[in-house]
Design a protein around this ligand. Structure first.
Ligand SMILES: [Zn+2]
Length: 112
């Protein structure tokens, strides 16, 4: 999520524009502009909220790996896609590559 902050910023910008349009509509006494502003604000807010929950979801995934590690499970990095897997899984959950057993050194660490 490299563009996360940028998209959030765009979301804020859209909401801000909505407020601006609503303010203008107040002075011009235009109902159409008022609804347009309200719509923009709504879209911006929805974008921000959905992105924030999405980001939370990704953070949860990272935490899960930490939890597994604390439970004493060995976390191995897939040689093919370099993503983290539990050694107890035989195949990479991301790309299906067979997880090698030459990570014995790591395993020993957890046994002691
Ligand atoms: Zn993989």
């Amino acid at each position: 999520m490299k563009n996360y902050k940028l998209v959030i910023l765009v979301g804020y910008a859209i909401s801000f524009m909505g407020i601006l349009v609503m303010t203008i509509s107040y002075f011009r006494e235009s109902l159409g502009l008022f609804f347009l502003g309200g719509f923009l604000m709504f879209v911006g807010l929805i974008a921000i909220i959905s992105l924030m929950s999405l980001n939370l979801f990704f953070k949860d995934k990272e935490l899960e790996i930490e939890k597994l590690r604390q439970m004493g499970l060995t976390i191995v990095v897939c040689k093919n896609c370099f993503k983290e897997n539990v050694l107890e899984d035989q195949y990479c959950i991301y790309c299906g590559e067979k997880l090698g057993s030459d990570e014995d050194e790591l395993q020993e660490e957890h046994k002691t």
